[in-house]
Design a protein around this ligand. Sequence first.
Ligand SMILES: C[S@@+](CC[C@H](N)C(=O)[O-])C[C@H]1O[C@@H](n2cnc3c(N)ncnc32)[C@H](O)[C@@H]1O
Length: 230
Amino acid sequence: MKHVEHMSDSVALYLGDCREILPRLGKIDAVVSDPPYGLGDLLRKGGATEWSLMRSDCVLWDETTVGELESIIREFEHAIIWGGAYYALPPRRGWLIWDKIVRNFSSGHCEMAWTTLDQPVRAFNFATTSLISGNNQFAKEHPTQKPLPLMEWCIGFLPSEASVADPFMGSGTTGVACVRMGRRFSGIEIEPRYFDIACRRIADELKRPRLDLTPAPKAEQQSLFRGDCP
Ligand SMILES: C[S@@+](CC[C@H](N)C(=O)[O-])C[C@H]1O[C@@H](n2cnc3c(N)ncnc32)[C@H](O)[C@@H]1O
C-alpha cells in the first residue's frame, strides 16, 4: 500500500492500485464507483476530440481489465457501478440513469449505472453545464468528474448504515457525498494528482459545519392552572 490518509474516524483514502488495496481493507458493505471504461479503445482509434484533449490523463485508466473489475464488484453486497453497461455483470432491474438534459454534445446524452438495487429503473436530471469551473461545489477538477448531486442521489438508495468504498475515486466525489450523508467511506485512487484533489475536497467537506439533526428536547406544556389556585 503506497499511502494512506485517515481523514477522520470514518474516512480513509488510499493512493495506489485498487487491485492490491481493496482486498486488504476490512468489511465494506457497498461499492459505489465510476471505473474507467471504454477510453482505451477510443484512444487507440484516435479518439473523439473531447477525449483526445485528456489523453495524458487517461494513460493509466485501462490498466484495470474488465475481468478484474467484475471480480472486484462481486465482492460487495451492494453495488452501484456507473458505466456498468461496459461489463458482463449479471442481469438486474435496478439500473440508474443520469439524464444530462442537454442534447447537443457528442458525448452520451445519458449515463447508466448497473446496481444491485431491487427496484425499477430510476432517472436523475442534471445538466453537465452545471459542472462549471470556479470555486464552488460543482467546480470540475477531473476530466470525468461526476456531479455531486448525482452521487448523493444514487448513494441515497443504499441501506442507511451501509459503508461505502470507491476503488476508482478520481477527484473524490463519492467521498464528498458520503461525508455529507454521514456515511463511512474508503476511497482508492492510483493517480497522485487526483488523489491529492480528492484529499483536499474531502478535507474541505469534513470542515464544513453540519446541521445537527438530533431532535430538540420536547417543549413542556405549562399548566394553565396553578396548583395553588382555589
Ligand atoms: C472515471 S474516473 C473517476 C472519476 C470520479 N468519479 C470523480 O468524480 O472524480 C476513474 C479513476 O480511476 C482511476 N484508476 C484507474 N485504474 C485504477 C486502479 N487500478 N486503481 C485505482 N484507481 C484507478 C483513474 O486514475 C481515474 O481517476
